[in-house]
Design a protein around this ligand. Structure first.
Ligand code: SF4
Length: 89
């Protein structure tokens, strides 16, 4: 089970198992940053994501995005998922 909560406008999925050991990093990431989209209406010059007005043509479809998240959840200790962009919402 994965819990979803908001932190300062970013959705964060927290793993149900709290602590990692050094051995865990050999088999799974602690955190997964998923840049859902590069699109953002504001297109700030300082944007870390180099946001553009239009979505990048190689962005994942909704179906593939769900598949990616479901696949990440199958790690023995699912990573913390940070969904970012651009403007993912
Ligand atoms: S994602 Fe944030 S920094 Fe980037 S263009 Fe949009 S508002 Fe600006």
């Amino acid at each position: 089970m994965v819990r979803i909560e908001r932190q300062q406008g970013t959705k964060v999925m927290q793993p149900t198992i709290a602590s990692y050991t050094a051995d865990d990093f050999n088999t799974q990431p602690l955190m997964l940053y998923y840049e859902v989209t590069q699109a953002c209406d504001l297109v700030c010059k300082h944007c870390r994501a180099s946001a553009q007005e239009q979505s990048h043509p190689d962005e994942l479809t909704t179906e593939l995005s769900r598949a990616l998240i479901e696949q990440a959840a199958t790690f023995p200790r699912p990573p913390i998922l940070v969904m970012t962009g651009g403007d993912p919402l």
